[in-house]
Design a binder for this molecule. Sequence first.
Ligand SMILES: Cc1cc2nc3c(=O)[nH]c(=O)nc-3n(C[C@H](O)[C@H](O)[C@H](O)COP(=O)(O)O)c2cc1C
Length: 217
Amino acid sequence: MNLLKVIEERKSIRAFKPDPVPREKIEEILRLSILAPSAINLQPWEFIVVTGEEKERLSRRLIKAYKEKQIACSPGNVKPLPKTYGKRGAKTLELMKPFFEEMGVDIDPYINEGSCSFYGAPVAILICLDDSFPKARMVDIGLALGYLVLTAHEFGLGTCPIGLIIAYEDEIKDLLNIPENKNIVIGVGLGYPDWDSPINRFKSQRDNLEKFIRWIE
Ligand SMILES: Cc1cc2nc3c(=O)[nH]c(=O)nc-3n(C[C@H](O)[C@H](O)[C@H](O)COP(=O)(O)O)c2cc1C
């Protein structure tokens, strides 16, 4: 497929078929993901791939943690969020509403518990960063994530980045024996999209390009 077509088409998938993804395919996606550039070619990313019964165990632990702590999907801002950003998030949720209505489900539990279970994806990938790195190395992780979601799409697979699980990092580290000095930066659900699910017809919009650019000429 053409790269530009992949970029145009890719979207986050929020309902997956349970069909397993062959290990070779996951390896090929990750092999291409690590072709992403990184500062001084440090390649700081580390992938923890969780599948099968272990993935189900992870989902169960995350849902339990969510029910106990009730930390939901949010921008995670550290200062009051300027209105522009809040409006974009609210608009996205508003546009998702009809799809959830069609499914007869409430949006909050679907998104929060769905995120905790990687929306039923058979593969959960956790991308980690050694805690000796500065915040700036998050850029490298983001690039690998970008490559991952695009490559997966090329292979007919769907993805959803899952930031919510970071709120439950301690529980994940405990369950999967992840060393204390590894920070979990982001999770990703990976699998075959369930195209019969209405929510997978949803395509998010972007604000006008001019809102993001300041030209200095
Ligand atoms: C860092 C990051 C964290 C995200 N966390 C979640 C999440 O916890 N749950 C979820 O449903 N979607 C999550 N998403 C997906 C975004 O909601 C999605 O990318 C955004 O709405 C744009 O839609 P698109 O990916 O379909 O283009 C996350 C995306 C990114 C990049």
